[in-house]
Design a protein around this ligand. Sequence first.
Ligand code: CTP
Length: 400
Amino acid sequence: MLVNKKILLCVSGGIAVYKAVALVSKLTQAGAHVKVIMTESARQFVNPLSFQVMSKNDVFYDTFDEKDSHVIAHIDLADWADLVLVAPATANVIGKLANGIADDMVTTTLLATTAPVWIAPAMNVHMYDHPAVLRNIDRLYADGIRFIEPSAGYLACGYVGKGRLEEPEKITALVSKFFEPQNLPLKGKQVIVSAGPTLERIDPVRYLSNFSSGKMGYAMAEAARDLGAAVTLVHGPVALPDPSGMTVIAIESAEQMLEAILSRYDAADYVIKAAAVADYRPKQAAQQKVKKQQGDTQMELERTPDILATLGAQKTHQLLIGFAAETNDVETYALDKLTRKNADYIIANDVSKTDRGFGADQNTVTLYGHDFVQHFPSTSKRALATQLLETIIAQSGVAK
Ligand code: CTP
């Protein structure tokens, strides 16, 4: 699959640079053309000559050292690549790319390329767990960049944990798989994802809502997009930028969310209901600002439509995936929602913990199907979203 594929390998400075030499060897053995760019720090670990010998190409590391006067090297390399691989990727290079910083040959090329970019991080376990690094990784996921997660094991710094650059053989296998056409299991599929809270107006200046950040729903939408689906994201009020490469519909209330989804439901193959829909709304939204009165007051609330249950009742061929955010008896409530709402899967998370669930960047969930259950340990919401979708696809087969 790699014959004549053009892989641009960006190498940043960590002890795992030595493994990147083996990676070039594996990629070229598989038939790829490989060109290498190194950061200054990477050159502290391995001499560029090693990469030159392995790739049989010049190695680049200085933005201002233009080897060919006919082209600008970083633009030329950026345009040349079918795939750009950053391996090993340090916390520094991840941070720079997440923030659009281009101050060396690697980062200028990364901003200049329109080819898919894959990042294989390698760093100390605590660095990898740092909220700033997780934030940057999530940002890059949102930008459409894919990650080859580090494996766990003995780290050069003496720690045992997650942070080891994935083995060159595994990276080569993943890259090969990427170039196989069947690698996009959701290609040709329509996926609707709902995300964020809904907002139910009390009067022109007040509303009922909840603390949903929308992060998990956005992560699901991005994961579906990257697996090849045509995605429609229907979201309530959130503070997240629109993800690229999908149709994005902003709504406010549960009623509007229901309408937006129902009008697209027939054509949908998958519906992922990650939204935290308000269960009640004021019976009468006031047209003018409600003035305060002496003493206490009461507000009459009515039920909003249960969107997932409505979709469940009208289901023909669609695969319905709901969420259950619970603070207690997670399994009992999740299984109850699975049958009561006629869903195919429920993704349950315990929102009583502050470091996961609502607003957090990490999440721990359990996936419940009919006769199926799988727990997913704590990981970034974006990585988790891909794992969940891949599991659901493997379990159910791609929706016909
Ligand atoms: N849901 C929905 N419409 C609603 C309420 C919930 O579509 N009016 C969906 C959510 O998007 C989620 C699933 O139903 O996928 C479960 O949501 P949750 O709020 O946990 O469940 P509820 O049905 O509201 O049950 P309860 O309040 O008893 O937990």
